[in-house]
Design a protein around this ligand. Structure first.
Ligand SMILES: [Zn+2]
Length: 304
């Protein structure tokens, strides 16, 4: 039986799993990331794969999910918050250490792929995976394949301006990217927390506001209500562009159950279709999406 190894290369931990062709996880491993140490990171990845392959008694395909992307023309990492990887030929070095081709994708893309292949959007032709966490990211899967794009930024909607802004949303909060009013400044966990503060709700983190709203707190409800309306506008522009069968939410705020009813109720007026069949769904795989999506970078129909 052919197995796939998926690796989630995080800033503090490296997680790996071997999955079988039906998507069942056979084995999991987790180690601390050699933070700040590039050569150590390569060695740790090679060691992790060797250990898993000893345990399963076979060689496997290897996919890696990571923060940031590898630029196709140069082979160098860019935009990674694991800064010691930036400007390094991570792909080439890992392939040399393992003696085989290895596929890489950023973690938002791995999330989208995991949910599209055998998760909440299994069987859907076009899928948008939207991460609503510390940041706002996204990935697009069409026909079981990730859309990467000419600049390797396909799906990165977090730094588009919030669509159809209200007067009090202009110019919007300053974003670290240098712009103002980015979707991320409203729809990330810290963005929700800042909005709650601006409206006099005090100092609460995003998930606490969601919990407060569920418990009936009036100010938390008002903040979450604004959040749902903004998310509806932001996702409507995604629907107008790629018209997905399903949108899967990920990240900490995907646990907020009211969004799955309220957002589709509110997005219609911004979508150029009298009937909208796109489904908004919670993730099926939770924290396992990183390793699962990385493993599926070698797709089920690709001869394995
Ligand atoms: Zn921005």
């Amino acid at each position: 039986m052919t197995l796939r190894i998926g690796i989630d290369l995080g800033g503090t931990k490296i997680e790996a799993a071997a999955i079988d062709p039906t998507g069942r996880i056979q084995l999991r491993q987790r180690i601390a990331t050699p933070t700040g140490d590039y050569d150590g990171t390569i060695a740790a990845l090679a060691d992790l794969v060797a250990r898993i392959e000893r345990a399963i008694g076979a060689t496997a395909s290897v996919g890696v999910g990571m923060p940031g992307t590898i630029v196709a023309e140069t082979g160098l990492v860019k935009n990674s918050n694991s800064t010691w990887l930036n400007h390094r030929p991570l792909g080439r070095d890992v392939e040399a250490a393992l003696g085989r081709p290895v596929r890489f994708a950023n973690d938002a893309n791995c999330f989208a792929l995991s949910e599209a292949i055998d998760g909440a959007a299994a069987g859907c032709g076009t899928v948008f995976g939207a991460i609503l966490g510390t940041g706002v990211g996204g990935g697009i899967v069409i026909g079981g394949r990730l859309l990467i794009g000419a600049n390797a930024i396909a799906g990165e909607w977090g730094h588009n301006p919030l669509p159809a802004p209200e007067p009090d949303e202009i110019p919007g909060p300053a974003c670290y990217c240098g712009r103002s009013g980015c979707i991320e400044t409203f729809l990330s966990g810290p963005g929700l927390a800042a909005d709650h503060r601006r409206h006099g709700g005090g100092d609460l983190a995003g998930p606490q506001i969601a919990a407060g709203a569920a418990a009936g707190d009036r100010q938390c409800r008002a903040s979450l209500d604004r959040y749902a309306t903004r998310l509806a506008r932001a996702l409507a522009s995604v629907i107008n562009l790629i018209d997905p069968d399903a949108i899967v939410l990920g990240g900490g705020l995907s646990a907020c159950t009211m969004l799955y009813e309220e957002v589709p109720r509110r997005w219609g007026r911004h979508i150029l279709s009298d009937r909208v069949v796109t489904r908004l769904v919670p993730p099926a795989h939770g924290d396992s999406s990183g390793v699962r999506g990385a493993a599926w970078l070698w797709p089920p129909d690709e001869g394995q």
